[in-house]
Design a protein around this ligand. Structure first.
Ligand SMILES: *Cc1c(COP(=O)(O)O)cnc(C)c1O
Length: 401
């Protein structure tokens, strides 16, 4: 992949007709080191956020040894890239064949579940041909928790209700080497309190079940930075999680795990798009909801943007985007702040697309073509530069004192 100083250098060199994904290996490496050095437990990368082999290799090279995989496709992908990585199959609904292949062919010992049926499925699929049940399983019961503090809910699909958790924990204890509890507070959690609340529910479940718990996995949800979504510093999340983990009634040697997706890769990628037409304050650009801008269209996510022409002089104003396909729904309402005199032919960089952005591109309507390049400049926003204001001064965080 070619390397450039920044997006403007790419436009000067290529004047690209297709969108160009810009990757920043240094930003992903910095995020990986931040988690592996500062999170008070094991950080496993949630591969679904961005399964790019280059990215997975960067995370591994910077200390991420555990990977949260959700499908046999992700198991094969990561095992093929990283023979020594620890893979954890954290989708609570799997097929027997996927479990069998993961366990016997790829050495996957860790599985999540939220029903007795899934427990029975895992036990059956990991029993060998002589009828010997596996004795080395780590089984994590997924608890349903609230998503009220997060931008994207993950509360309705998976997780056992607290009222039903005790018998499932007790049954699971019979079949595993290590028993865990996991949850997901929803993506882009805007306050550490999301995890505090969830850990309170974990406490209630453990107390009622009266079982020994060896692993507490706080899942993903760690935020990145977007327009109007400025979270407190990640250190504050880590402090609160650690404090409430330590106070749980769990085994003395219990482990704390997390499954960051977004926070590890959001800063990794941006994209260069070109304005193909302007109609009032709507810009028709060459990537959209079937490309890297899925969230911009479907959940009105606002991404940072900047114009890449030096001759635009008017003040910023609000624009909406249309993507390139013929579908009316290929629309991103923004608002995206760009110079008032932007016009067809101008290039724009859209930032913070490393998570659930670059990974979502499809070929729908023939618009999937994309180039990729490496750039050396800083991402448009970062949680890892060490220059963020003290979050205790902001009003969307619980007091740490
Ligand atoms: C999607 C997902 C993650 C990653 O979530 P982020 O919000 O991107 O951190 C982690 N664990 C599970 C089980 C998931 O489904």
């Amino acid at each position: 992949m070619h390397q450039y100083s920044d997006a403007k250098a790419v436009v000067r060199a290529l004047a690209p007709d297709e969108p160009v994904i810009l990757n920043r290996p240094h930003a992903a490496a910095r995020a990986a080191r931040f988690f592996t050095e500062k999170f008070p437990g094991t950080s496993m990368y949630a591969v679904k956020a961005n399964p790019s082999p280059d990215l997975i290799q960067i995370l591994w090279d910077n200390g991420v040894t555990h990977y949260d995989v959700a499908s046999i496709g992700e198991v094969r992908l990561v095992r093929g890239l990283l023979p020594d990585a620890t893979l954890c199959f954290m989708h609570p609904v799997k097929t027997p064949r996927a479990i069998k292949e993961a366990y016997f062919d790829h050495g996957v010992k860790t599985y999540s579940l939220d029903t007795v049926e899934e427990l029975e499925k895992i036990v059956a699929a990991t029993t060998d041909e002589h009828g010997n049940a596996a004795s080395d399983l780590n089984l994590l019961v997924r608890l349903r928790v609230s998503s009220e503090h997060s931008q994207l809910s993950l509360a309705s699909k998976f997780g056992v209700d607290l009222a039903d958790a005790a018998p499932l924990l007790q049954a699971t204890r019979q079949h595993c080497d290590a028993l865990g509890v996991c949850f997901h507070v929803g993506s882009q959690a805007m306050t550490p309190f999301a995890y505090v609340q969830a850990l309170e529910r974990v406490r209630a479940a453990i107390a009622e079940a009266a079982v020994t718990v060896d692993i507490v996995d706080v899942g993903g949800g760690f935020p990145s930075v977007y327009p109007d979504l400025e979270p407190p510093a990640l250190e504050d999340f880590f402090v609160m999680i650690h404090r409430h983990f330590e106070a749980l009634p769990i085994s003395y040697s219990a482990e704390l795990w997390a499954e960051p997706g977004r926070a590890l890769c959001a800063e990794y990628s941006s994209i260069i798009v070109r304005v193909e037409k302007r109609r009032d304050n709507e810009l028709y650009i060459n990537d959209g909801s079937y490309g890297a801008l899925f969230d911009a269209a479907h959940v009105d996510w606002r991404f940072p943007v900047r114009a890449l022409e030096d001759d635009l002089i008017k003040p910023l104003t609000e624009f909406a985007f249309y993507g390139p396909t013929c579908d009316d729904a290929d629309y991103m309402k923004g608002p995206f702040m760009l110079p008032e005199d932007i016009q067809a032919g101008d290039y724009i960089e859209i930032g913070m697309l490393g998570a659930y952005g670059a990974a979502m591109k499809t070929d729908f309507n023939g618009f999937g073509a994309v180039e990729a390049a490496i750039v050396e400049d800083e991402p448009m926003a970062s949680l890892y530069r060490g220059d963020r204001p003290d979050p205790r001064a902001s009003d969307n965080v619980v007091s740490l004192r």
